[in-house]
Design a binder for this molecule. Structure first.
Ligand SMILES: NC(=O)C1=CN([C@@H]2O[C@H](COP(=O)(O)OP(=O)(O)OC[C@H]3O[C@@H](n4cnc5c(N)ncnc54)[C@H](O)[C@@H]3O)[C@@H](O)[C@H]2O)C=CC1
Ligand SMILES: CC(=O)C(C)=O
Length: 242
């Protein structure tokens, strides 16, 4: 039996990197997908590759109006929503003294505030339905300090504790909330010129792949993790143990 048969899954940042690999795996496991991202033509192409049970909704995750439209389209097409994968994100690599307040706000807006916005809207449907599952892509940088990405790290730390708080708050309503905390993964968010150094700094000696993150996300999305909520899954090649 497929692990996500007929489950309706909304994946933000679903057309690149970790989100796209997860969409591919979830699709193989029988899910109906709503891919959410910024680039309309790329999004429609990716959705077409997946076939009839996938739609793409162009949206900026920081916009409340766009977020509401995502759920309206999801209900219009599939009649329900079972899983929300808050995965969209932007990196931020600059010394803090060079970061403007507007840049800080944008990082926190995409990487943290949007997770609250989408979760809140999903929870309304989940409470009505009597079940639901939220997966948030945080980061190992939510656990540790690292130079040059203070806003990003603050946002991801916030995602971890937002996850715990929502998980505790809605556990009795059959709504699970967990976070995936990847280490350095080979996706477009990592600048090409630092990949080798990041691989060397990782105990396993390489970057992780999007496909490896997708398998971890599938664990959180499926009943394989049925007793897990308000918690985190760190998949980092040993980085945070150093
Ligand atoms: N690649 C890595 O080493 C790590 C990535 N992460 C997190 O994984 C998540 C996925 O990132 P990757 O797959 O690595 O990068 P990616 O750049 O391949 O994917 C991120 C996606 O989010 C979308 N996105 C960005 N801003 C958006 C907005 N305002 N509205 C809608 N969509 C938006 C992008 O267009 C892109 O498709 C992010 O939350 C990132 O912070 C966490 C730890 C490590
Ligand atoms: C993007 C990135 O490098 C992490 C660790 O989140």
């Amino acid at each position: 039996m497929a692990k996500l048969q007929d489950k309706v899954v909304v994946i933000t940042g679903g057309i690149s990197g970790i989100g796209k690999a997860s969409a591919e795996l979830f699709n193989k496991e029988g899910a109906k997908l709503v891919l959410v991202d910024l680039d309309e033509s790329k999004g429609n192409k990716v959705a077409e590759e997946f076939g009839g049970e996938t739609i793409f909704v162009q949206a900026d995750v920081t916009s409340e109006e766009d977020a509401k439209r995502v759920f309206d389209k999801t209900i219009e097409k599939f009649g329900r929503v079972d899983i929300l994968f808050n995965n969209a994100g932007i990196g931020a690599t600059k010394p803090t003294h060079e970061v403007s307040y507007a840049e800080y706000r944008q990082t926190v807006n995409v990487d943290l505030d949007a997770v609250f916005l989408f979760s809140k809207l999903a929870i309304d449907y989940f409470r009505e339905q009597g079940s639901g599952n939220i997966i948030n892509t945080a980061s190992m940088y939510g656990w540790i300090g690292a130079a040059g990405s203070a806003a990003y790290n603050a946002a991801k730390g916030g995602v971890i504790n937002l996850t715990r708080s929502l998980g505790v708050e809605y556990a009795k309503e059959n709504i699970r909330v967990n976070a995936l905390c990847p280490g350095f993964i080979d996706t477009p968010i990592i600048p090409a010129e630092v990949k080798e150094a990041l691989a060397e700094s990782t105990p396993i000696g390489r970057l992780g792949t999007s496909e490896e993150m997708a398998k971890a996300a599938l664990f959180l999305a499926s009943d394989d993790s049925s007793f897990m909520t308000a918690n985190t899954l760190t998949v980092d090649g040993g980085f945070t143990a150093q």
